[in-house]
Structure formats: structure tokens, C-alpha cells
Design a protein around this ligand. Structure first.
Ligand code: MIG
Length: 752
């Protein structure tokens, strides 16, 4: 095997807002995107840098650099990049010279045959977080990972790779933080000091460039904000998608879909969404309906709408080879499918039988795909679930010579699902004429947050998977993904009634609350578990609906700063060692103020770690001091959930669907504390893009314990709140009465 280690720099020049450095074997380009973001891209001589699917921002035109004796230095207000010229090495420091991340002096960037690798110095106390949907602990030190989007059915809690690729990690050492996004779509590798005698960490890919963005902001919130500035942020999700979602593979007929929906209403269990999994189609042909079992899609959806339900339907990428099928004929005629190098169409088998696979990397193909959703959207579908887009086919080993335009499978695979969801999003957004579509995808790459929600694929009905699922959600949050679901109840296998109840009690705090189960598994609807458990599940789903004003405001934050709704405690308590303790690592903050401790269904008491500050149990207002672990009861009726002292949580009355008006009162719950706090309350019409033109209702709610006052800023935006009144609800205050007031747009101060 040929090993080429990056050698001496021959020339350093400025070129097109970058610094271009040439060596005998390679060209290195450096761009500055902002004072805290620097990009390094090293290509083999003569090769143009790969294009990005993730990055949506442009570099700065100018930056400050100077050539010293044996180095070049780039200085921003926040960062110093020292480029060693003999040999060419890249090392990042804070502006005042503290090391953040340095190339290994010996090996730096190198090629091992076609594989490009970067070895970096490993600091003794260095921790690593991130990479999105990955097995293992919150702190990934000592582990190694592969990114290669995979249909990981039957995965365990140690399986790697899974469905998605997020080559973005955060390093922590010496009280400092940095982020690194390796923007390379080939099969990639990350090794956080697994087998290098504690000397090096490394990352690399089977092909493409050593192309990375270095984030030097201090603090995880700032790094996430920078990363999502670079790769984009989500849009406001349709409000209905934040309600309870009932899925199954499959509700087999329109009759069954309607029966289940009706049962929710009869039993007064709130819900917003029903799903059609693959069996609604005619022979699994995408964009068709089964004429026998779903004879009148519009009629069915109209009935669902009358019950305040929305419908989500699944689509897979594989287009059935069938001479009478529109998408097959058009795709073949126009050359839209993946081919072998000799031009023959590639055939893989999946649910419909023998299939061709659209080239979603081609814009024209995405437009064609997106326009075809009329057969679903015209009768009234507003949610589109993109499955099997790793892409999956029986055998799971699509040949590497399969071609998409001028690219081959190894380069395409990790972005295929993202590009499918992009086509689905763009197309359905156009078709829905101003209504927000809901897109859900299984495979993803960095930047997918711009188009789609995600779920973590085929988990299993065990406690272990429930806890692991939350860890995945928390880790995906660090990669800018906020709208995330796990199959509540577990996809494979049958949950015990206790697990089903416990998992539903976590549901209100999973960003996307969706129940799902595989073909042949037990029925999972809330009434399948006996009266007593049904009542508990109903209460949990009601909790979700009460919290929707808080949750919606939390998603607004994701649209503005990229901060996820479910936040590993590492985001706000980065230097607290206990948050990395495997025993506490699944805990997370849900929004600004709520701390959730997932607990196995078999424990009716458990240890919870409460970080610095004071905390109240949500269910009882019992107060606890933080910076310690506490043993608390955790019966199936009461998941350990806490609110930070000073926490401000807007809630509403129980409604049966997001389409119901409720009692018109916005409840502002406040938990007493010594520190002032503020919450940005956000509301809009929940269904259109008018909010992007200023039609929203936004104000800051402040709590000041010194002045003993709660104040409301003047409302920004032109949307009229759906709550005509507000009610202040006090927790942990002595002898203070609830206050009810009109929800007008003016400033307001309440003293207590
Ligand atoms: O080969 O559409 O992860 O959620 O129910 C299985 C049937 C295909 C895999 C998805 C799962 C879905 C199932 N799909």
C-alpha cells in the first residue's frame, strides 16, 4: 500500500478569498468563514475540491494572515491557525494562544492508498461528543466509528454504522471546546484514541478530500450555533406534527385507519396523526393507492380531517419495474435512474420486487420526484415519510460501480437519503401551496435539518433500547437535528405493558412523539394495555398537549440558533464530570428548563443527577438542591422530571388535537428561584410560512426574584395569539395567588 504523508510547502499564495498552499503531492486551501470558523481543504494535485451538500454559507472575502519564518499564521478575533510549512501541518489555537487542536507532527494529513486521513494530537483529558446517531456512550473517547448509511434492521445498542452520517464532533479539554466537521460523503472513519496508545485521534475517508471546518467558539451552545449557521437550521414544523402520532406497519385498510382514529376520539385520548405504512400502495408502487383496501383516499382523509387528524404516508426510493407504471416509464425514458458504468440500468430488489433507483443528486430528478406527490397530496396528505433511503435493497450490498450521474455509489451513499428528503420537501412544499409539509427521513447527512425530521429506525421493544434511543436523540441534537423521533414501544418484538407505559411517559419529552411497531407485532394503541395502563398513557399524552406552547417555542429556538429541543446535559453543564457518567448520561434538558431522567420500566425508584442549581420535581413541586445525585421514586405513573428553579414554562389546557382551540388561556408556570430568568414565548398560525413575513407573536417573559416581579415585553409580530387570556401559575412561592389577565400585546408587569 502506498502511504503519502503531506510534505513541505512549496508556495503560499492568495487565491479567490483563500490561501493556497502547494506541496509536491497536494494543494491545501484555507478559507475563513467567520472569526470562529475556518475551513481547511487538502486535495491531491490536480483534483478540484468536492462540492458540499451540507454547507450553505460562503467564506469571507478577506482575512489576516502573515508568513513567518517557517509558518503561516491566520489570525481572527477568536482563533489562530498556525500552518507549519515544513512539513505542512495545521494547528488551531485560541486567540491568546491556548491549543485547541493540533495535527500530529509526524503524520498529519496523509493518504493510505485512496483513503485520506488526518492524525491529530490527543490531549490526555480530551473528551469527544457527537457524530449524531452512534452507539456507545455520550463521551466517545476510546471508541471508533464508521459512517456508511445502513438499513440497520435488527440493530443492537452497539451496532455501528446505523442509518445516518453526521461527521461532526466536539472536542473538550483543558476547559476549552472546539468542533470539527469533516465534510466528506465517502465512507468515513473516526477514531477517538481507540488504539493509538493515547497519542492520536484520527478521522478519514475512503476517498475524496481532507475537507474540514474547524469551529473555535467556546461553549457548546456557540459551537452548535456556528455549525447550524454553516449547514442551516430547521423551519418551523407544522404544529400538528408535534401532537401525538400513531403509526404501525401497517394499518391495512382505510377502514382500519379510520377505526383507530375514531377510538382516540371516543376515549378522549389526544392525537393528531395517523400513518399509512407501505401497504396502502398498489403493489408497493410509489405514488399509488391500493384500490381495494384504500378505494377512496380523499373520502378517508376527509373523514380524518373531520376528526382533526392528519395523515402521513410512506414512500421508498425503489421504483418498480413495471411497464404500466408511470414513474417507471418516465424514469427510464428520461434517464433518471442509477446505472452501471456501461449505461445499463441498475436493478435491485426491495418491497415492490425488482426496482430502479432515482438519482436524487440530480436536481431535475428531484423535481420530477417532488412533483409526483400530487397523487398523495391532492386527496389531502400533508406528511411524507421517506424510508429505505440509505439506500436499502435486499442483500444490502449495492455494487460500488452503480453510477449516479458522474458519481459512484461510495461517494453517493451517505447523502442519498438527504437528497431524497430534499426532493420530497421542495416538491411537497410547492404542491401544498403555502402549507408546511411534514417530512420524515431515515437516512440523513449533515444539513438534513433544513428539509426533514428524522427517526432512529428499527429499534427493539426493550428497556435497553428505550434508554439508548434517548442517547441517540441527545447526540443527534449536537449535530443540529432537533425534530427527532424514536419508535415508541419498540419496532421489533413486543413490549411488556410496563415498558409500553414507561416509554409513553418519556414520549412527551421526545421531540417527535410517535408510536410505531413492525408487521406482526402486538397492537400498540393506548387502549391495548388494560384500563389502568390506558389511563396512565392517556395522562402522558395529555401532558404532551399541555406542554405544546413550551415545545413550540423550543422549536422556534431551533430555527433561530440551532439549539435542539432535547439537549444532553453536556451542553449546559459541560465541565461537570457527572453528566458523562454512564449512569446519568441519558438525562437531558427538554427545552430551557425541564430536566428528564429516562428510567427503565423495571425500576420504581432511581438515582437522578441534578446539576448545579435548585430543582423542583414537576409532578409534586418537591424541591431539591442540585450538584448531587438524589434517589427518587419512579413509579410507572411518574417519570422523574424536574424543572430548574426560576424556570418559565408556558402551558395550555388539555386539547384533543392541535386543531382544537382549548380554553383560550395561556398558562405561564413559574418555579421560584434566586436567579432572574427569561423565556422567549413564540406562537404563529402553526401551518403556513406567513411567520417568515412577520406574522408571528413573540414576547419575552421575565422573572426577577429581587424585584419580585414577572414581566411581559411588548409583543413583536402581527399574529394574534390564540389565547385571549394568560394565567400566572406559581410553584414554590408562599401564599401567592394565581393571576389572570388579558393577553394583549402591551408590556405588563406583575408584582407578587
Ligand atoms: O423493510 O415500511 O424502518 O419503520 O415500518 C422494512 C415498513 C421497511 C422499515 C422502517 C419501518 C417501516 C418498515 N420499513
Amino acid at each position: 500500500m502506498q502511504i503519502d504523508i503531506l510534505g513541505n510547502a512549496d508556495t503560499v499564495t492568495e487565491r479567490d478569498s483563500s490561501l493556497l498552499i502547494q506541496t509536491a503531492e497536494a494543494e491545501a486551501r484555507v478559507w475563513v468563514y467567520s472569526p470562529t470558523i475556518i475551513r481547511v481543504c487538502v486535495t491531491r494535485n490536480g483534483k478540484a475540491p468536492d462540492e458540499s451538500f451540507a454547507v450553505i454559507e460562503k467564506p469571507l472575502d478577506n482575512f489576516t494572515w502573515q508568513k513567518l519564518y517557517d509558518t503561516v499564521e491566520i489570525d481572527t478575533s477568536a482563533l489562530k491557525l498556525v500552518i507549519g510549512l515544513h512539513p505542512l501541518r495545521f494547528s488551531f489555537f485560541t486567540a491568546d494562544g491556548k491549543p485547541l487542536s493540533e495535527d500530529d507532527e509526524r503524520f498529519g494529513i496523509n493518504w493510505q492508498a485512496d483513503r485520506v486521513v488526518n492524525y491529530r494530537k490527543l490531549y490526555p483529558d480530551e473528551k469527544f461528543l457527537g457524530l449524531g446517531e452512534k452507539a456507545g456512550d455520550l463521551n466517545r473517547r476510546g471508541c471508533n466509528y464508521v459512517n456508511w448509511n445502513t438499513d440497520a434492521s435488527l440493530h443492537t445498542i452497539t451496532t455501528d454504522p446505523l442509518y445516518k452520517t453526521f461527521p461532526f464532533f466536539i472536542g473538550l479539554h483543558g476547559g476549552l471546546s472546539y468542533g470539527l466537521f469533516f465534510d466528506n460523503t465517502h465512507r468515513s472513519f473516526f477514531d477517538f484514541g481507540a488504539t493509538t496508545d493515547e497519542q492520536m485521534s484520527w478521522f478519514g475517508a475512503d476517498g475524496g478530500d481532507m475537507n474540514y471546518y474547524f469551529f473555535g467558539a467556546q461553549g457548546l451552545r456557540n459551537i452548535i450555533e456556528d455549525y447550524t449557521w454553516l449547514t442551516g437550521r430547521m423551519e418551523m414544523p407544522p404544529l400538528w406534527s408535534l401532537g401525538y402520532q400513531q403509526c404501525r406497519w401497517s394499518y391495512m385498510s382505510a377502514q382500519e385507519v379510520l377505526d383507530v382514529a375514531r377510538r382516540f376520539r371516543e376515549r378522549n385520548i389526544p392525537a393528531d396523526v395517523m400513518y399509512c405504512d407501505i401497504d396502502y400502495m398498489d403493489g408497493y408502487k410509489i405514488f399509488t393507492w391500493n384500490k381495494e383496501t384504500f378505494p377512496d383516499p380523499k373520502g378517508m382523509i376527509d373523514e380524518l380531517k373531520a376528526m382533526n387528524f392528519k395523515l402521513v404516508t410512506i414512500v421508498d426510493p425503489g421504483i418498480k419495474i413495471d411497464a404500466d407504471y408511470k414513474q417507471y416509464k418516465e424514469g427510464v425514458d428520461r434517464g433518471y435512474f442509477a446505472t452501471y458504468p456501461n449505461g445499463e440500468l441498475y436493478v435491485g430488489s426491495v418491497w415492490p420486487g425488482r426496482c430502479h433507483f432515482p438519482d436524487f443528486l440530480n436536481e431535475e430528478v428531484r423535481e420530477w420526484w417532488g412533483a409526483a406527490f400530487t397523487t398523495l397530496a391532492d386527496p389531502g396528505v400533508e406528511g411524507f415519510w421517506n424510508d429505505m433511503n440509505e439506500p436499502a435493497a435486499w442483500g444490502q450490498n449495492m455494487p460500488w460501480m452503480v453510477k449516479f450521474g458522474d458519481k459512484f455509489m461510495p461517494e453517493v451513499r451517505n447523502v442519498y437519503g438527504m437528497q431524497m428528503s430534499r426532493g420530497t420537501y421542495d416538491g411537497t412544499k410547492r404542491i401544498l401551496k403555502g402549507k408546511r409539509p411534514f417530512i420524515l427521513t431515515r437516512a440523513a447527512y449533515c444539513g438534513t435539518q433544513r428539509y426533514s425530521a428524522i427517526w432512529t429506525g428499527d429499534n427493539a421493544a426493550t428497556d435497553e433500547h428505550m434508554l439508548f434511543g434517548q442517547r441517540l436523540v441527545n447526540s443527534l441534537g449536537l449535530a443540529g437535528m432537533s425534530m427527532i423521533g424514536v419508535d415508541i414501544g419498540g419496532f421489533m418484538g413486543n413490549p411488556t405493558p410496563e415498558l409500553m407505559v414507561r416509554w409513553n411517559s418519556l414520549g412527551p419529552y421526545v421531540p417527535m412523539f410517535r408510536n410505531h411497531a413492525a408487521l406482526g407485532m402486538s397492537m400498540r394503541e393506548p387502549w391495548q394495555w388494560g384500563d389502568e395502563y390506558e389511563a396512565v398513557i392517556k395522562k402522558d399524552i395529555e401532558q404532551r398537549y399541555k406542554l405544546l406552547p413550551y415545545i413550540y417555542s423550543g422549536f422556534y429556538q431551533s430555527t433561530q440558533t440551532g439549539l435542539p429541543l432535547a439537549r444532553t446535559l453536556a451542553i449546559d453543564y459541560t465541565t461537570d464530570e457527572s453528566v458523562y457518567d454512564p449512569f446519568y448520561q441519558n438525562q437531558f434538558l427538554f427545552g430551557d428548563s425541564i430536566l428528564v431522567a429516562p428510567v427503565a420500566s423495571t425500576f420504581d425508584s432511581c438515582d437522578v443527577y441534578l446539576p448545579a442549581g435548585d430543582w423542583y420535581r414537576l409532578s409534586s413541586d418537591e424541591k431539591f438542591n442540585g450538584n448531587q445525585s438524589v434517589t427518587v421514586p419512579s413509579p410507572l405513573t411518574d417519570l422523574p422530571v424536574f424543572v430548574k428553579a426560576g424556570g418559565i414554562v408556558p402551558m395550555q389546557s388539555v386539547i384533543q388535537s392541535t386543531n382544537e382551540p382549548g380554553d383560550g388561556i395561556l398558562q405561564i408556570h413559574i418555579w421560584n428561584g434566586d436567579e432572574p430568568n427569561a423565556f422567549v414565548y413564540y406562537e404563529d398560525d402553526g401551518s403556513t410560512y406567513a411567520y417568515q413575513e412577520g406574522v408571528y407573536h413573540k414576547r419575552t417573559i421575565s422573572f426577577d426574584p429581587q424585584k419580585k416581579e414577572v414581566s411581559f415585553s411588548r409583543v413583536e409580530g402581527s399574529h394574534t395569539s390564540k389565547y385571549s387570556k394568560m394565567r400566572l401559575v406559581w410553584h414554590g412561592f408562599e401564599g401567592v395567588d394565581e393571576v389572570e389577565m388579558d393577553n394583549n400585546n402591551e408590556t405588563l408587569t406583575i408584582n407578587y
